[in-house]
Design a protein. Structure first.
Length: 445
């Protein structure tokens, strides 16, 4: 008799935290901080603090939902079961591309930083190098979540230690006069920068997409807490140091902002050091994104809306979903359409945040018996100010993304809506029956 293939509960607190926080702390820290400084100037660290507010609020909501019902692909499962199947599918559909896009972006970012190594005359092809990185981490992800976790933990720990070392080393070299330069656009510029820096924070809800692979339900809220706090501390501390050791206009105009800041107090060694830390940041994101994109696609296929992506290999990995996701990432790399996808990434994450906050309000009414019987971190009474505040702020930041990003995002949602209705119309009774059920432990033949 063939062994039943299913997801494996092998992730502990460090593993889950390194996946969540590792995805959050990616290329954004080393690239987008400089872009944000053009608007916020020496107050870019304040923008990171403002951007942290909606992140903390979605972290609280995520902790609540993940303890209510740990499941694979929560990005899709929660809104589809709690709000409406169509909105649930659109959330999962949006998140699938929002995670696949950064797989391609981080692969290219790694090659860019590889080519920035000082004293190296040769240059690797951006496209060829990015494809090779994607294939390498595909193999790592194919071999099981335990392998993914080991690689992720090593990269993540180096990233955290390296960023803290950079910040502590630079602290005595801060010039107070640089910090007093303020924002060139006033407080409006600080808010604009905060909306851009949401990109650097996106990914915290990823914890809900690995719910069936953690060793115990208590792992997820701990991973959410640590995955929220660690990026906030590293972002605020390191950006404060950067605009303290280098005038903000020089920092903002530099091709590699953190490397320029490091060179002011670490010398030529600082450039190499920051490149190594950036590699760790980029690869933790890339590794985690490959893993979670496959889980989101797996959850969509579990309800037979997207066909064929539910299959599990002998290592407990949804390998068809992994293959398809990486092929799409390679397509984006080769065709140069990454920038188009990048336009909708933040909008997709904010859309998911809005749906998650709404889930908190809908849950007690939609599933009253389950809500009462289940012991979990409930947001009720005065605690509802957290999802309410998060909802308002997320909607505000969504509109700050601009017409172009929202237009591209709307097109992607329209494609998803078309696929949903075509697939449901082909087998409506079975699909709707599956959607009415909570899917944890369901493995289709």
């Amino acid at each position: 008799m063939a062994e039943k293939r299913q997801l494996r509960k092998e992730l502990g607190v460090l593993d889950a935290t390194s996946i969540v926080a590792g995805i959050v702390i990616g290329a954004g820290l080393f690239i987008i901080t400089g872009v944000a400084a053009k608007y916020a100037g020496a107050l870019v660290w304040v923008s990171y603090l403002i951007g942290a507010v909606p992140v903390i609020l979605i972290g609280i909501t995520t902790a609540s939902l993940s303890t209510f019902y740990p499941v694979e692909g929560g990005s899709y499962v929660y809104p589809s079961r709690i709000i409406h199947p169509v909105l649930g599918f659109l959330t999962g559909w949006a998140m699938w591309l929002a995670i696949i896009g950064p797989v391609a972006i981080t692969a290219q970012a790694f090659v860019n930083y590889l080519n920035a190594l000082p004293g190296v005359s040769w240059r690797m092809s951006i496209v060829a190098g990015a494809v090779l990185i994607t294939i390498l981490f595909f193999v790592i992800n194919y071999l099981g979540v335990k392998v993914v976790a080991k690689v992720q933990n090593a990269l993540f720990l180096f990233l955290v230690v390296g960023t803290l070392a950079f910040s502590l080393w630079g602290l005595p070299h801060i010039h107070v006069s640089y910090l007093k330069l303020g924002s060139p656009m006033g407080f409006g510029g600080v808010l604009k920068a905060a909306s851009l820096l949401i990109f650097a924070y996106s990914g915290i809800t990823i914890a809900t997409d690995i719910g069936e692979e953690v060793k115990a339900p208590s792992v997820l809220p701990k991973a959410v807490l640590l995955g929220t706090l660690i990026p906030i501390v590293l972002y605020v501390f390191s950006s404060f140091v950067c605009v303290g050791v280098l005038p903000w206009d020089e920092f903002a105009s530099a091709e590699a902002p953190y490397a320029s800041a490091a060179s002011t107090f670490m010398g030529s060694f600082g450039i190499l050091f920051i490149i190594l830390v950036a590699w760790a940041a980029i690869l933790t994101s890339h590794n985690g994104e490959q893993a979670t994109a496959a889980r989101v696609a797996f959850s969509l296929s579990r309800d037979k809306i997207v066909p064929g992506l539910h299959k599990i290999n002998k290592y407990g990995i949804p390998h068809i979903a992994l293959i398809i996701g990486d092929l799409i990432a390679i397509f984006l790399i080769v065709t140069g359409t990454i920038e188009l996808v990048a336009e909708i990434v933040v909008a997709a994450f904010l859309f998911e945040w809005i749906m998650f906050h709404l889930c908190v309000f809908f849950l007690p009414k939609k599933h009253p018996d389950m809500y009462k019987k289940t012991e979990f971190f409930k947001l009720e009474g005065w605690k509802l100010i957290f999802p309410a505040g998060g909802l308002i702020i997320s909607i505000y930041f969504l509109f700050l993304q601009g017409a172009k990003a929202l237009m591209y995002f709307g097109v992607w949602l329209a494609i998803g809506l078309l696929i949903y209705y075509i697939r449901v119309s082909q087998n409506k009774e079975e699909v709707m029956t599956l959607i009415r059920e909570w899917p944890r432990g369901r493995y289709l033949e």
